[in-house]
Design a protein around this ligand. Structure first.
Ligand SMILES: [Zn+2]
Length: 288
């Protein structure tokens, strides 16, 4: 089960959000048949969208969508998350992959996404026009890009960690940590946080060694961390349905729909989650 924990530290001058998204990212990988590096890229983005929804939206039904367009082989990434814990997303080329980095053996997410491009965040909030902000990519590693976005576009200073680890059996650990600095935060608090995060190392390693909770406690060690007692469930969830897939066929001409009927029906694939819907000739006829 994937979940999110939230809390605060340093006398309310730090807000803390952390997520274990191992199961959610494994499901995303299955749905889209993602390569290992594409799994890490989309997994970090899905986790990032869920953490951003905590910071940038207010209501359960609000949606925060990351659109990352780099010049690498992955094409683009789209990931949508909400405060209700639902996330979905896709990449342009799910099969694209790269060998691990020679330097440290880590998955080369930055290489696959690309170093040049745009990191955009779209907010769909209730009763307001959609709002999009963007910054140029800084590394394509997603977490750095997200922290840069929060600072440059939202004036929110933050520390962001995102990680996905796979072995030959699939996704073993995936998660994220977002610490937001609030007005009035002390320099000594930020220095301590920076030191803690540096010694924590890779988030997925820390999750394997001490679990998400242990990793969060170490990242906020000495900073009077107070966590909310309940965690929130996170899940891979799309809003598609056979009814919506059928409705999408109204955008085809009558001649095109007739061809679909003669061909014995039409398959409609949801680009968000990869689910395939078989639409019957009778249903296509019902569109008129
Ligand atoms: Zn779907």
């Amino acid at each position: 089960m994937s979940y999110l924990i939230a809390g605060h530290a340093a006398d309310l001058t730090l807000r803390v959000f952390a997520a274990d998204t191992t199961a959610l990212v494994a499901t995303a990988r299955e749905h889209h048949e993602l390569s290992p590096t594409a799994t890490a890229a989309l997994g970090r983005s899905l986790t990032g969208s869920l953490l951003l929804a905590q910071v940038l939206s207010k209501r359960d039904q609000d949606r925060v969508t990351l659109r990352i367009q780099g010049d690498g082989a992955l094409g683009y990434i789209v990931a949508e998350g909400g405060r209700d814990g639902a996330a979905r997303g896709y990449v342009k080329y799910p099969e694209a992959d790269l060998p691990p980095r020679a330097l440290d053996g880590k998955l080369d997410v930055g290489g696959l996404v690309g170093k040049t491009g745009e990191f955009a965040v779209m907010r769909l909030l209730e009763n307001t026009e959609p709002y999009t902000g963007s910054v140029p990519l800084v590394s394509g590693e997603i977490a750095d890009d997200m922290a840069t976005y929060l600072w440059q576009s939202e004036q929110i200073p933050s520390a962001v960690l995102l990680g996905v680890h796979l072995d030959s059996s699939g996704v073993t650990h995936a998660g994220g940590l977002l610490v937001q600095a609030m007005p009035g935060v002390l320099d000594s608090t930020l220095a301590k946080l920076e030191q803690n995060i540096a010694s924590l190392g890779q988030l997925t390693n820390a999750m394997r060694n001490m679990g998400l909770l242990g990793a969060v406690e170490q990242a906020l060690s000495g900073l009077d961390l107070i966590l909310q007692p309940d965690s929130q469930a996170l899940e891979w969830k799309c809003r598609c349905s056979i009814e919506r897939s059928l409705a999408s066929l109204v955008y085809f001409s009558q001649a095109e729909r007739l061809e679909m009927i003669e061909a014995g029906g039409q398959e409609v694939v949801c680009h968000w989650c990869g689910t395939k819907y078989q639409i019957s000739p009778e249903d296509i006829k019902s569109l008129g």
